[in-house]
Ligand binder design. Structure first.
Ligand code: PLP
Length: 405
C-alpha cells in the first residue's frame, strides 16, 4: 500500500487494469511473439493523405470555429452528417437532434452507465461481452447477468426466460446491452428473427436496449442481413451507438449515440461535466470525411481487406486445430472466439506458456464472461497481422492446445 492509498476513492479502488492492455504492453516488447491479442485496426487502412488534406482545410479555412470550444451535444454540421450517414448505411432514420457526439463509443458506454445505472440495477449482456462495456457498467454498481451465445449470437430464448425470472424476483433491469453484428469478442452476428425477438422482449417487459455497432459498415458476407436492431425499434427503446474508429481511424475518438430525444438531453447534461464536448477539430474532420465521400469510398475497401485476413484465420483453424475446439466463424468484425473442450484447460494460466514457449499471444476469455465462466476460452483477432503471420499464429496455438492442459 502506498502513501496515497488513503486518498483514493472506493470507486477507483474497484477498477482493475484491463487485461488486454497489460498483455499488449508485454507483447509489444517481444518481436518474436505473434500477437492475435489486440483487436486494433490495421494502420495500412488509415487514409492518411486524404485526412491530412481535410485537416489542413479545416484548420486553415475554418480555424475560427474548428479550433474553438463548441456545444456539448456536438456541432450541428457533424450531427447532420451522421444523421445522413446512418440513413444511407444503416437505414436508421433519426434527425440531428437525436444525436449526441461522443469521444468514441467508449465514452458513450460510460455516459449511458452514469445516466441510467444505480447500484444494484441489473444489466443484461451477452456472455461473453465487450470487456470495456462490462467495466463501464460494473463501475456504476450494475449487477451483470450474461446470456449464453451460440454461433448466431445471443440466445434470445434464454434471454426471455431470464428476463421473466428477474422480473418475477422484483429485480430492476435497466437495459439489455448487445453487439448484434461482428460481436466483440464472440465474432457472432445475430439473424433477423433473433433481433426481432429481442425487441419484442424489450417491448413486453418495458426495457431499454443499448445497441453497440462499430463493425457493421463492412461485412464479409454480402448476402447476410446485418440490419440494425434500431430498424425494428417500434417503441423507441434502442440507444444506438457507433463510431468512426473502425471505418476511419480510432485516434480521432469520435463516436455517437442516436437515442430518443428525452434521453439525448439527459446524456448531454451528464457529458457536460465529463469533457465539455468532444474535440471540435476532429468533429469537423469527420463531418468533411463523410461529406466528401471519403468514408464511403474507404468503407468499400475495408471488406475485401479484412476478409482476406478472416479467411486466412478460418482456413488455418480448419487445417490445424484439433477436433475438441468450438469456434465462431465471423461474417463481420475482427474476432474469432474459441472454447477448448478439454477438461481443466485454462487459457489464463497458459498465457505465459503461450508467449514464452509457443511464441504466440491471445486474450484469455474469462474476463469477457459475466459469471466467472470461460476459463477454457480465448479471443483471437485477425485485424492486425498479415495473412501469412495469422496462419503461423494459429499453427502455434494449435500446438499449444494439443500439448498443454
Ligand atoms: C463492441 C465495441 N464497443 C465499443 C468500442 C470502443 O470504440 P471507440 O474506439 O469508438 O471508443 C469497441 C472498440 O473496439 C468495441 O469493439
Amino acid at each position: 500500500m502506498d502513501k496515497y492509498e488513503k486518498f483514493i476513492s472506493r470507486t477507483a479502488k474497484e477498477i482493475r487494469a484491463s487485461e488486454i492492455r497489460e498483455i499488449l504492453a508485454i507483447i509489444r516488447a517481444r518481436k518474436d511473439v505473434i500477437s492475435l491479442a489486440g483487436g486494433i485496426p490495421d494502420p495500412q487502412t488509415f487514409p492518411r493523405e486524404e485526412l491530412a488534406e481535410i485537416a489542413k482545410h479545416v484548420i486553415v479555412d475554418l480555424g475560427d470555429t474548428a479550433l474553438q470550444y463548441s456545444e456539448t451535444k456536438g456541432i450541428l454540421e457533424v450531427r447532420e452528417m451522421i444523421s445522413h450517414f446512418l440513413f444511407e448505411y444503416r437505414g436508421i432514420s433519426v434527425d440531428a437532434e437525436n444525436i449526441l457526439v461522443t469521444t468514441g463509443s467508449q465514452q458513450a458506454l460510460d455516459l449511458i452507465s452514469r445516466t441510467l445505472i444505480d447500484p444494484g440495477d441489473v444489466v443484461i449482456t451477452e456472455n461473453p461481452s465487450y470487456l470495456a462495456a462490462i467495466g463501464a457498467f460494473r463501475v456504476r454498481g450494475a449487477r451483470l447477468v450474461g446470456i449464453k451465445i451460440d454461433k448466431h449470437g445471443m440466445d434470445t430464448y434464454q434471454l426471455e426466460e431470464t428476463v421473466k425470472k428477474l422480473v418475477a424476483e422484483g429485480e430492476r433491469i435497466k437495459f439489455i446491452y448487445t453487439i448484434p453484428v461482428g460481436h466483440n469478442p464472440a465474432g457472432t452476428t445475430m439473424p433477423t428473427d433473433r433481433k426481432k425477438h429481442l425487441i419484442e422482449i424489450a417491448n413486453r417487459y418495458d426495457l431499454l436496449v443499448i445497441e453497440d455497432d462499430p463493425y457493421s459498415y463492412f461485412v464479409y458476407d454480402e448476402t447476410a442481413d446485418v440490419s440494425p436492431l434500431k430498424a425494428y425499434d417500434s417503441e423507441d427503446r434502442v440507444l444506438y451507438l457507433s463510431t468512426v474508429s473502425k471505418i476511419l481511424a480510432p485516434g480521432l475518438r469520435i463516436g455517437w449515440i442516436a437515442s430518443p430525444r428525452e434521453l439525448t438531453r439527459r446524456l448531454e447534461l451528464v457529458k457536460q461535466y465529463m469533457d465539455l464536448h468532444s474535440p471540435t477539430l476532429n468533429q469537423f474532420i469527420v463531418a468533411y470525411a463523410i461529406r466528401s465521400g471519403l468514408v464511403k469510398e474507404h468503407a468499400h475497401k475495408l471488406a475485401p481487406f479484412y476478409r482476406k485476413k478472416r479467411d486466412a484465420m478460418l482456413k488455418a483453424i480448419k487445417e490445424y486445430f484439433p477436433d475438441n475446439v468450438w469456434y465462431t466463424e465471423p461474417i463481420g468484425g475482427f474476432f474469432v472466439f474459441v472454447y477448448v473442450l478439454k477438461e481443466g484447460f485454462d487459457t489464463g494460466k497458459l498465457l505465459p506458456t503461450a508467449i514464452n514457449k509457443y511464441k504466440v499471444a491471445y486474450v484469455p476469455g474469462q474476463g469477457f464472461h459475466t459469471n466467472g465462466s470461460g476459463a477454457n476460452s480465448m479471443r483471437l483477432s485477425f485485424s492486425y497481422p498479415p495473412p501469412e503471420i495469422i496462419e503461423e499464429g494459429i499453427r502455434r496455438i494449435a500446438d499449444m492446445i494439443r500439448n498443454e492442459g
